[in-house]
Design a protein around this ligand. Structure first.
Ligand SMILES: C[S@@+](CC[C@H](N)C(=O)[O-])C[C@H]1O[C@@H](n2cnc3c(N)ncnc32)[C@H](O)[C@@H]1O
Ligand code: SF4
Length: 388
């Protein structure tokens, strides 16, 4: 599972959006000048070539176009990126190709051609089914746009997910329950529900700090989280990660593989990767600013900002960090065997582990180390304490 040196997941980052949402701290921008898509095509293709030179032969198990708003990419560019990947590597017969899409009219009209490029999974950014909440979130679409987007998406895609954000000002159990019930009626095989986080450097950060809005109290947030779990689970959308729910077998292959520690290659501005070269793990990162990324390629044929070797111990900690957010947890024996780690206590603070274990917040069963349902509300605290 962890090191087979053959399968690879590929993440492609498109950094542009029509509008910057006030809560968002992703590497997303509004383009100040005309986007020269041929230059972008050239750069994406060169970056794929460069990664292939480094990694050699690989089998692409999944591709994930994220952003920004990658559904705004010209179709020929998506096609060209996928062709280049297929030229340099092989594609697994069941390759999952996901695209994040906003439910705006520009993109809805593009769904058919998107499907024709080979994209076979759509992740729609609904964020809310309530127009007041969408307004608060600064979105430039309405709930009706989302319904329309879903209706059209269903004509072409068998695999559809959508994102919702909860924990908004004035949101209580009753309002969230109504929204969730509506979401369940709409849901296909997958849904993500994220609690609003106030990220440093965003307009929301300043407004929240200045008291322009307040968020629900901790106790209500916990109720909203538990409600999400209960309602979605009873609709057979089972939680497989702290914010992700799917019908059994319909989990996002790309994210699940990455969270479990697979190799992945990040292409595009700011994209991260974790790759193995000559049996050593490397963390890679590309230049974040779109123009720097582009000019690095056009001028110097290189876009790496960082490519640093990471020890197996560091990699094990990273995998624990994401793996413990999974419902099934992490196979600790496999993890340590694969990374050749002999001493568990170099990675996990055993005293802290036993403290949380006694309280029923973390457990190990058949080598699977996992946070229990009772532990989930303080998951970050437990993870911070037990990983050394
Ligand atoms: C890369 S982002 C956005 C993709 C797409 N451009 C969109 O806006 O729908 C992926 C998801 O992260 C979630 N997200 C982004 N910022 C967030 C925040 N501050 N708090 C909670 N969820 C957030 C949103 O649900 C979003 O759909
Ligand atoms: S939430 Fe999506 S659309 Fe809004 S700025 Fe972030 S990436 Fe762009």
């Amino acid at each position: 599972m962890l090191i087979n040196n053959k399968d690879i997941s590929v993440y492609i980052h498109w950094p542009y959006c029509l509008k910057k949402c006030p809560y968002c701290d992703f590497n997303s921008h509004i383009s100040k000048s005309k986007i020269e898509s041929q230059e972008w095509e050239k750069s994406y293709k060169s970056e794929i070539n460069m990664e292939q030179n480094l990694l050699g032969h690989r089998n692409v198990k999944s591709v994930f176009f994220g952003g920004g708003t990658p559904s705004l990419m010209p179709t020929y560019l998506i096609e060209s990126i996928l062709n280049q990947l297929a030229k340099k590597w092989t594609f697994s017969s069941s390759v999952e190709i996901t695209m994040e899409a906003n439910p705006s009219s520009v993109e809805i009209n593009n769904f058919k051609s998107l499907y024709e490029t080979g994209v076979n999974r759509l992740s729609l950014g609904f964020q809310s089914l309530n127009n007041n909440s969408l307004n608060f979130l600064g979105r430039n679409h309405t709930a009706q746009d989302s319904f329309k987007a879903l209706e059209i998406a269903k004509r072409y895609f068998n695999r559809i997910s959508f994102d919702l954000i909860y924990g908004l000002p004035n949101q209580n159990e009753k309002k969230w329950e109504e929204e969730l019930k509506e979401a369940i009626n709409l849901a296909e095989e997958h849904m993500s529900a994220y609690q609003l986080t106030i990220e440093k450097g965003t307009p929301f950060y300043a407004s929240y700090r200045d008291g322009k809005f307040s968020l629900p109290e901790e106790e209500i947030l916990l109720n909203l989280y538990n409600l999400t779990d209960d309602l979605l689970n009873s609709a057979k959308l089972e939680k497989y990660e702290i914010s992700n729910y799917a019908i059994k077998g319909s989990e996002c292959i790309h994210n699940l593989d990455i969270w479990q520690g697979s190799e992945y290659c990040g292409i595009g501005p700011g994209a991260h990767g974790r790759i193995i070269v000559n049996k050593k793990w490397y963390a890679t990162q590309k230049f974040s600013a779109p123009n720097i990324w582009l000019s690095k390629f056009l001028k110097e044929k290189s876009s790496f900002y960082e490519k640093i070797e990471i020890s197996n111990k560091t990699r094990a900690k990273e995998i624990l960090l994401t793996g413990l957010r999974l419902r099934k947890g992490v196979n600790i024996k496999k993890l340590f065997d694969n990374l050749n780690i002999r001493q568990k206590d170099l990675i996990i603070d055993e005293n802290e582990y036993y403290k949380f274990n006694k309280l029923g917040l973390i457990e190990t069963f058949n080598n699977m180390l996992r946070i229990t349902n009772k532990g989930v509300p303080i998951l970050n605290h437990i993870i911070n304490k037990i990983i050394l």
